[in-house]
Design a protein around this ligand. Sequence first.
Ligand code: DHB
Ligand code: FE
Length: 279
Amino acid sequence: MAKIIGAIGTSHIPAIGKAIAGNLQETPYWKNFFDGYKPIHKWLENNQPDVVVVFYNDHGLDFFIDKKPTFAIGAAASYQNSDEGWGIKTIPEAKGDEDMSWHICNELVDDEFDITICQELRVDHGLTVPLQLMWPGNNYSHLKVIPVAINCEQHPMPSPKRCFDLGRSIGKAIESYDSDQKVLVLGTGGLSHQLEGERAGFINKEFDLMCMDKLVYDPQDILGYSIRDLVEIAGAQGPELNMWLSMRGTLLGDIKQLHHNYTIPISNTGAGTLLLEQK
Ligand code: DHB
Ligand code: FE
């Protein structure tokens, strides 16, 4: 059966794409942030996943406010990126794994998750920036990617518990897929941030660090928040924590935290990085 070997929580903001394009990794503003990926690069080199399931949110590239699936999954042979207007370079297409995607979709619907299945899907910075962070130089052509988009842009949004349960269901689906592929799961976005309005720039470091801590060994303790709670405590875009909760939900076995990092502020966010290994 396919095996989830580990999971990573990471920021996805467009400013990171610009920093990579400008080669700014060693500058004072960026150094601590990019240093947080060095242990991850080493781990990826040693563990070589075949498939990457990416929980991200589409900020308006393919799902605009006129059509907004709560949960959407890619089932395409490849995924393109397009210019979103942030001034970041587009990246080469990511290859898909249609068979594994359809297996996950079938299992999810059987498990009563009513997902949107996308045989064509353009992917935005929520997915592309993390790929660039994990595989510098866009060195991901050997990998297959399965995008899972969660609505974090337009209310009503799914609850933290629902997103964790989605992750659980996807974890079970992967572990029942007949192949010997090694799977890595990414949860992207967050942590606390607010991009607009009177509280623009709002960050809650204490809450971010508590969530990163609880997420590892006691995720149940942070599943009781509502979306309104997250907006109040972690900012209007605080619900991006949901992608981290889905990521954690996929890990059904014993896990070990191998690395974490937190840099504040990176653009308007508390930028967390977390590497979990599953036995
Ligand atoms: C920023 C944060 C985001 O989550 C995002 O999607 C885009 C920009 C920011 O802080 O700049
Ligand atoms: Fe975002």
